[in-house]
Design a protein around this ligand. Structure first.
Ligand code: F0G
Length: 458
């Protein structure tokens, strides 16, 4: 018989102590950090949901493979293992290591971009957009309309709008499209999955018009879980085979290994086309390192190879997706407005609905992130008007489309009792909803203000 409790499919061999703090102490820490959670010291945080990137726990096998790291400058055995693992998974012949995802983006989009070029994605992640726009090119997001309604339950809310894709290609001309990028899962749109059907349709349009089709695959294993359990026709296929099929539809991929390779640092890109790969190789050597390490230690490459195999383990993926859903669904049950259905790597709380009394100009998402920290020592990330809002030329405030707070869950790090604690903290926050005030920005940099802006409470 199947039990309803999902146990973590691992036991703990090494622990990292968490320092328990009081609300009073946290008041002081938050004030010192100017109400910006990026300004906190990690030891001031009890549960860190800032990101799932590079924060996961490696397995005993990964730690063991670390010792096998071959640190040779050229022709490292560890690179051979990493390359073969990626080749088997993706099928792409030309594979390049980089120190993290955005380094791969800089090389690939640096080559493809430039003034007049247009890139189209279900949603570009911030660094993807930045690496495209810095070349003078334009990055256009076309998520399906269903993705905008946080309460709507729809199986593949991460999909790309196929009708719009074709319209955009006709409007801009196929020669001006730098690439079409499918981000799986769609991080900036709630960590929602992309269906195989959508990936196939994107592929057909790309082939018809001769466009380059790339997959941002940093959470491809999590995406494969959703396909197997939600998309008809894939029930009997393995997660690894589902991922392989998705790769086979595209011309290449970029991966931040800090997510689904379950490592603390690393990345790569892989391509079908030899000429394009040849041109990227030069830049890789100039800026990242030689082609057999690209900014990574041999030991890092070993752990990536091991992690990329472990992540497709059915017990691991079941635990990963079901435990994220457990947190999200419990919050929903206790009346916390969350984005539905729950995505793969994170739970997104709708702060606009939680604090209807706080206008967007007073940053309800930031207010919620601060409350979560104060009451429970939980660090989250605002994805709303602090991150994406701005003032236009006349000084008028332009709000972000949504005021979300992301609880991104590191892989294999927290246990169910940590999660039960988070739910309890939210129950307390619900009770105090009406009395919470917004914030104002008192100092901000010109770009990416969410990292360093200083706030004051209203
Ligand atoms: N693409 C996606 C979809 C991502 O989520 C990220 C990183 C990157 C590319 C860039 O990779 O950090 O290795 O350079 N996302 C992290 C996050 C930072 O918190 O969601 P990177």
């Amino acid at each position: 018989m199947a039990f309803k409790t999902i146990i973590e499919p691992f036991k703990i061999k090494v622990i990292e102590p968490i320092k328990i703090t009081t609300e009073e102490e946290r008041q002081g820490y938050l004030k010192e950090a100017h109400y910006n959670l990026f300004g906190l010291k990690s030891e001031q945080v009890l549960i860190d949901f800032l990101t799932d990137s590079g924060t996961s726990a490696m397995s005993d096998n990964q730690w063991a493979s670390l010792m096998l790291g071959d640190e040779s400058y050229a022709g490292s055995k560890s690179w051979g293992r990493m390359r073969n693992t990626i080749h088997e998974l993706t099928g792409y012949p030309h594979i390049f290591p980089t120190h993290q995802g955005r380094a791969a983006e800089r090389i690939v989009y640096g080559k493809l971009g430039g003034k007049g070029k247009v890139f189209i994605s279900n949603t570009h992640f911030d660094t993807t957009r930045a690496n495209i726009e810095v070349t003078g090119a334009e990055a256009i997001d076309i998520p399906i309309p269903e993705s905008k309604d946080t309460a709507l339950v729809y199986p593949f809310k991460g999909n790309m709008d196929i009708g719009k894709l074709e319209e955009l290609v006709k409007k801009h001309g196929k020669e001006n499209i730098g690439a079409v990028i499918l981000t799986v899962t769609n991080n900036s749109s709630g960590g929602q999955p992309v269906s195989m059907e959508n990936a196939v349709s994107v592929g057909k349009i790309c082939r018809n018009y001769g466009l380059l089709y790339l997959i941002d695959c940093c959470r491809i294993a999590e995406n494969a879980y959703f396909i197997k359990h939600r998309e008809p026709g894939y029930e009997n296929m393995g997660y690894y085979e589902i991922a392989q099929k998705m790769f086979s539809l595209a011309d290449g991929c970029i991966m931040s290994a800090k997510k689904d390779a379950i490592v603390n640092m690393g990345g790569f890109f892989a391509l079908k086309d030899k000429d394009f790969a040849d041109s990227c190789r030069e830049t890789l050597i100039i800026t990242e390192g030689y082609i057999t390490y690209g900014g990574l230690s041999g030991r890092d490459m070993e752990t990536i190879a091991t992690g990329l195999q472990e992540v497709f383990d059915p017990d691991y993926l079941h635990y990963r997706i079901r435990s994220t859903a457990y947190l999200g669904n419990k919050l929903h049950e206790v009346g916390v407005p969350v984005m539905l259905p729950i995505g793969g790597h994170a739970v997104y709380v709708d702060a606009k609905k939680m604090y209807p009394n706080i206008p967007a100009e007073e940053y309800p998402g930031q207010a919620l992130a601060c409350e979560l920290y104060l009451k429970g020592g939980i660090r989250s990330c605002e994805i709303g008007s602090v991150m994406m809002g701005h003032r236009d030329a006349s000084g008028c405030f332009i709000a972000a489309p949504m005021e979300l707070v992301r609880l991104a869950i590191p892989r294999r790090v927290y246990t169910q009792s940590h999660i039960e604690y988070v739910i309890e903290v939210f129950e307390k926050l619900k009770e105090d909803c009406g009395s919470v005030k917004g914030l104002k920005i008192i100092e901000e940099p010109r770009f990416l203000r969410h990292f360093t802006a200083k706030f004051e409470r209203l």
